[in-house]
Write a protein that binds this ligand. Structure first.
Ligand code: FAD
Length: 390
């Protein structure tokens, strides 16, 4: 039996930065993952977008924390994670979209986000070549940006190792051993880990893992594809997001990495549920249509590679963070949807502070100012009581 203060299931976008933050606060932490190394789940599928621009105040605050950590990673810790502060640009080509962006601005500013409405002239300056016909303006948040999920994961892993965290790879958790409403230990491949606190950070497989403790949690794998072009001379700064749906897709977004490649992603309509990681032939035609409509000058760019991964999706698009009544010491940090990479470092810091300062890890006191509150939805989701991060 191996004994730790905290055992984390999953070495991904959430588990690794959380392990670093806990290790740095003096906890003896173990992280268990079925893959051969960190970040081999959905972390590596992320395209690297890191924004605090959200429509939910809690997500804004979490991601503002993430941005602080990521943007100072080089000067504070010496790791180049290809962070580029290019900002996020949400473009509006119709009055309805313009109106919804304007409505959001108040909430976003109140939550501390540096964001404003910009005119078509400014948009053209930030993204030369973007279609200006019909362009009404957009919101621009200059503090957002992008980084490499692979480099960032490696940096968090190194920092966690330096903080004394122990990683167990090639280890698939196959049993959660309950004693009443307490998770006593985790078993994997004939070995057992015990701790007073366990954390579920198993991403798209979080519901499967939680079911081993008798929990029924609504996190479902939702397939998304992404692609990368050949590198070209720098021509645009922000991540451009076009939320106008068409019959086959929802949001379309892309940016030019610091290394010159254009990296792009689209939300398929309807959603594609499942775990199939094979790239499809329908993805590129979908993107090309949207890309050329928005940015005609990119018509000669050659695509180098596409890939597919899964969002760990929840019914309302909000993450599930809290302690279920039926497994009181099994903190859920799951359901990150399409935002786990951007939420990982901030959420890791907030949760580590909460665990370290709350005294009782069963009910984080909200001492960080972020607060854990009861949510009626949690009951509908089959929990007796779970606290969601707001
Ligand atoms: C195409 C695409 C683009 C995306 N772009 C972005 C983006 O730009 N920005 C952003 O913020 N997010 C993005 N995302 C979403 C992001 O990738 C996820 O939200 C995030 O990776 C989820 O983090 P996680 O830690 O919950 O899961 P993961 O990173 O998948 O980590 C979970 C880990 O748990 C392990 N695990 C699961 N079950 C077990 C078990 N039984 N035993 C042992 N180990 C187990 C897995 O092996 C995995 O390593 C994108 C996703 C896709 C698919």
């Amino acid at each position: 039996m191996k004994t730790y203060d905290i055992v984390i299931a999953g070495a991904g976008s959430i588990g690794v930065p959380l392990a670093w933050q806990l290790g740095a606060r003096g906890f003896k932490v173990a992280v268990i993952d079925q893959e051969a190394s960190w970040g081999r789940g959905q972390n590596r599928a992320a395209i690297g977008g890191l924004r605090a621009t959200h429509s939910d105040a809690a997500k804004i605050r979490i991601c503002l924390e993430s941005l602080k950590i990521v943007s100072t990673m080089k000067e504070d810790h010496g790791f180049d994670i290809e962070w580029h502060r290019g900002g996020y640009l949400y473009v509006a080509y119709d009055e309805a979209t313009k109106g919804s962006f304007h409505n959001l601005l108040k909430l976003q500013k109140e939550a501390g986000l540096d964001i404003d409405w910009v005119s078509p002239d400014v948009i053209e300056r930030l993204s030369p070549g973007i279609r200006t016909e019909g362009l009404l303006g957009g919101t621009y948040s200059p503090g957002d940006g992008f980084a490499s999920p692979l480099m960032a994961g490696t940096a968090y892993h190194r920092l966690a190792m330096d903080a004394g965290v122990e990683f167990f790879f090639n280890t698939r958790i196959d049993a959660l051993n309950m004693e009443g409403d307490i998770l006593a230990s985790i078993s994997a491949g004939g070995e057992t880990w015990s701790a007073p606190l366990f954390i579920n950070a198993a991403g798209a497989e979080a519901a499967d893992l939680a079911s081993l403790a008798g929990l029924d949690i609504p996190v479902h794998p939702d397939c998304h594809e992404a692609g990368v072009t050949e590198p070209v001379q720098r021509f645009m700064e922000p991540m451009v997001v076009d939320i106008r749906p068409d019959s086959e897709s929802g949001n379309y977004y892309f940016y030019q990495a610091g290394t010159g490649q254009v990296i792009f992603c689209i939300t398929p309509r309807p959603q594609i549920w499942g775990r199939d990681k094979g790239s499809t032939s329908s993805f590129l035609p979908l993107c090309v249509k949207r890309m050329l409509e928005l940015y005609p000058r990119l018509r000669n760019l050659r695509v180098r590679r596409t890939w597919r991964g899964m969002y760990p999706m929840t019914p309302d698009g909000l993450p599930i963070v809290g302690y279920p009544e039926k497994a009181k010491n099994f903190l859920q940090a799951i359901g990150m949807c399409g935002q786990g990479f951007m939420m990982g470092p901030g959420l890791g810091k907030i949760l580590a502070e909460s665990i370290a300062s709350g005294g009782s890890y069963l009910r984080p006191a909200g001492s960080t100012g972020y607060g854990f509150v009861f949510d009626e939805l949690a009951c509908e989701r089959g929990f007796d009581h779970i606290e969601l991060l707001k």
